[in-house]
Design a protein around this ligand. Structure first.
Ligand code: AMP
Ligand code: ZN
Length: 442
């Protein structure tokens, strides 16, 4: 089993000292951005040294996704452009994405946290790591790619999809670890027979799964089907990406790397900070990032803190599996989608009415997204070619906006139900499985 690095086993007292020093620096960096200069005015904190204890964090206002939208593109950039070496972006509630910049030191730090996470699962340089997360603006691909290399694993940068090729790569190169969304990993298993691959010909031992909510039962199912250990991996692009919190070999909650992030749990309705152990919304402050500092960022993810020491000896507290979100963001095959993004496209399309419905359901192990629209009466046409052209134009526009190609259904005027109160636009038919306690797989 891997030995934790010294920083992973600092005493709580040492960790708190380190956090306060870093928090002060993070506040100073934040104050060099136009966004935080305006935002922090009036909260009594004019520089990092004004924070006397970690509890003073509560004097700072929250940062929300919309702040990133308003700061787009550079209002949160704390370094000169010449020091920025990369950017990533995630879905915003509308067409404007949330953008994060990284300096070389930021990439290095992120890499270190990911490498530390992979090592905590028992991976070593002898492992072959197949990355089934998509590469690109999404942080799932590149994030753990560099981390796995740092640990010395051989990386197969397979990217998302193309299951037949994934299986061939696994077989040809003796993949021992995969990184995927849990739904995709179930899908790959379902396809073994179809592509004539025998599980016995694969050397798979572990999987890192993340990017979408899943239950303990899904983990148990994956472990039983594949005969492997499955580790929950949590991250979000605003906090770099994967490597924020990760399960160790005990697989009983994810260690959140507290030398890099400060965590709080708040009541999502009132913003009140909740006592340790209570369930609520996770709020994170990234301590080291130079290019885009973020203070008290509301993740919208619902979880709770496990403060009891872990058998692995790491002192960084764990968070429980993410229960859901405190906003309306949907996660469809690992891709974040806000209903408002879909609405924006629908409303801009000539020929369709303003009543629409978003249906999410399971198609085998994967999620499928269906957007139901009503045609405007004057555009209602019997010409199938016209309808098909409109349908495919809308599907294309949605693909550009949300990076997912939904099935678009066009209906005659009056087809969709008209709600009397608050419109029910989203119907999520994906089953919610009963939740077992953390680490309960047989
Ligand atoms: P993104 O910024 O595109 O990487 O998306 C981040 C979001 O994905 C998080 O805020 C969570 O809602 C979700 N997510 C990431 N990892 C997990 C996980 N292990 N379990 C549940 N949800 C996750
Ligand atoms: Zn542990």
């Amino acid at each position: 089993m891997s030995t934790p690095s010294p920083v992973e086993t600092l005493s709580r007292h040492e960790l708190a000292d380190l956090q306060l020093t870093k928090l002060r620096q993070a506040v100073d960096r934040a104050l060099s951005t136009s966004h935080y200069q305006a935002k922090l005015a009036g909260c009594g904190i004019a520089c990092g040294e004004d924070l006397k204890t970690l509890a003073d964090l509560r004097k700072l206002p929250f940062t929300v996704k919309d702040d990133l939208r308003q700061a787009f593109p550079d209002g949160l950039k704390a370094v000169p452009q010449s020091e920025v070496v990369r950017m990533h972006a995630s879905s915003g509630t509308t067409g404007i994405p949330t953008v994060i910049y990284y300096t070389r030191a930021d990439i290095d730090r992120w890499t270190e946290l990911g490498a530390r996470s992979a090592a905590a699962t028992g991976c070593t340089s002898a492992d072959v790591f197949q990355n089934m997360m998509s590469y690109g603006l999404f942080t799932g691909g590149l994030g753990l790619h560099y981390a796995a290399e740092r640990l010395g694993m051989m990386v197969i940068p397979a990217g998302g999809g193309n299951t037949q090729r994934q299986l061939k790569l696994m077989k040809d190169f003796g993949t021992t670890v995969v990184h995927a969304t849990p739904s995709y990993l179930l899908h790959v298993y379902d396809q073994l027979a179809e592509f004539g691959v025998d599980r016995k010909d694969l050397k798979l031992q572990r999987a890192f799964v993340g990017a979408e909510p899943h239950t303990e039962d899904i983990r148990c199912r994956l472990e039983a089907l594949w005969g492997i250990q499955v580790f929950n991996s949590y991250g979000l692009s605003e906090m770099n990406g994967p490597g924020v919190a990760f399960e160790c070999v005990h697989r009983a909650g994810m260690h959140l790397w507290e030398d890099a992030y400060l965590m709080e749990i708040i009541d999502p309705d009132t913003g009140e900070v909740l006592p340790e152990g209570a369930e609520g919304e996770l709020v994170l402050t990234i301590l080291d990032r130079q290019a885009t500092p973020l203070l008290r960022y509301r993740t919208r993810d619902l979880t709770s803190i496990i403060a009891e020491p872990c058998a692995c000896g790491r002192t960084h507290r764990r968070i429980r599996r993410i229960k859901g979100r405190s906003d309306d963001m949907l996660i469809i095959n690992g891709v974040n989608v806000f209903p408002s993004q879909i609405e924006e496209v629908v409303m801009k399309t000539a020929g369709v009415g303003s009543n629409y419905q978003i249906l999410v359901k399971k198609d085998g192990a994967l999620d499928s997204l269906i957007v139901r629209l009503e045609l405007d009466a004057p555009h209602f046409s019997d010409d199938m070619r016209d309808l098909e052209a409109l349908r495919s134009r809308i599907a294309g526009n949605l693909m550009t906006s949300i990076s997912l190609k939904p099935k678009v259904e066009l209906h005659e005027p009056g087809f969709l139900p008209v709600s009397e109160g608050k419109a029910v636009r989203v119907i999520d038919e994906r089953p919610t499985l009963p939740e077992g306690p953390e680490g309960s797989c047989p």
